[in-house]
Design a protein around this ligand. Structure first.
Ligand code: C2E
Ligand code: CA
Ligand code: CA
Ligand code: CA
Length: 277
């Protein structure tokens, strides 16, 4: 029994070591990833059922390391812990704005949604960087949306509010990402400097064939609307989910039903027919 215990300990220890080595290795790799051109961006359309067309694209970071794609759920938290998120974020923003500028020549109504983490918003010149970059790319700030999670407001960092306010004053919009998964949710919504809420896919996935009532979903949408906010539902995978959210007067929809995130060239031509029928 003692030997078995010792083996278990050794095994545990080895697993920890392996995880640690992998993480260090990954972090070293991420440091070089930008210079090596391994970071790219994919775009996922967001559609408006009322307008029957794509209204926005969300930019999502991709890391292709050697032959392997590292999921954002792995490298974004790693980048946040190591401070590399600022560089990754700058790279994503530079690529995305360049892409938006090119799309705008064909379709002037296109807009772009980008994820910004708390670490990025703690930079004193975040908003200024955005304004400079949009000017040099020839993109209107009003064509940009910044997606943040509730957690960026908890650190009680005045700079976060300051940066977001500057961006909003310049015409950008702020979206509350993963809405409903945080701690405060409905009650604090009216105090937050946001324009859009993105209902998290865990709520959307509750809609299944035959679902009749989901009071949580309708309260979230009604509450947001009563505060003058726009609502996007994420993770729409089925017709039932799309129809359900349209019936609740959700303003826009995003999910695999419409399109997976794809490289920009996939969306070169205006997606006029991508609205849900
Ligand atoms: P998120 O911002 O909530 O992005 C939505 C995620 O859901 C994306 O995962 C997207 O591919 C996925 N998704 C879209 N439609 C569906 C669907 O119908 N069903 C399901 N199951 N999933 C769907 P992805 O690309 O793996 O990104 C994961 C997370 O990584 C993002 O979650 C975001 O928090 C973070 N992230 C990605 N790119 C960036 C970035 O440039 N900066 C920052 N700070 N975070 C990023
Ligand atoms: Ca997002
Ligand atoms: Ca989300
Ligand atoms: Ca998320």
């Amino acid at each position: 029994a003692k030997a078995a215990g010792k083996n278990r300990f050794l095994r545990f220890h080895q697993d920890m070591m392996t995880a640690l080595v992998q993480r260090t290795d990954l972090e070293a790799g991420l440091q070089l990833a930008i210079a090596r051109g391994e970071i790219s961006v994919e775009f996922q359309p967001i559609v408006s059922p009322r307008m029957g067309r794509v209204v926005k694209f969300e930019a999502l970071a991709r890391w292709d390391r050697e032959d392997q794609r590292v999921p954002p759920a792995i490298f974004i938290p790693l980048a946040e812990r190591s401070g590399l998120i600022n560089e990754v974020g700058n790279e994503v923003m530079a690529q995305s704005l360049k892409q938006l500028a090119s799309w705008l020549r064909e379709d002037p109504s296109r807009s772009l949604s980008m994820n910004a983490s708390g670490v990025q918003l703690q930079e004193l010149d975040f908003a200024e960087k955005v304004l400079d970059l949009s000017e040099s790319c020839g993109v209107g700030v009003y064509q940009l949306v910044f997606e943040v999670t509730e957690s960026v407001f908890f650190d009680a960092d005045c700079n976060v509010i300051e940066q977001l306010s500057r961006l909003r004053e310049a015409g950008a919009r702020v979206a509350l990402d993963d809405f409903g998964t945080g701690y405060s949710s409905l009650g604090r919504l009216q105090d937050l400097p946001v324009d859009i809420v993105k209902i998290d896919k865990t709520f959307v996935s509750m809609v299944r064939t035959g679902t009749e009532r989901l009071p949580i979903l309708s309260s979230m949408i009604n509450m947001a609307h009563s505060l003058g906010l726009t609502v996007t539902a994420e993770g729409i995978e089925t017709d039932e989910q799309a129809n359900y959210l349209i019936a609740l007067e959700c303003d826009s929809l995003q999910g695999y039903l419409f399109s997976h995130p794809e490289p920009a060239d996939r969306f070169e031509h205006a997606l006029k027919n991508a609205g849900h029928a």
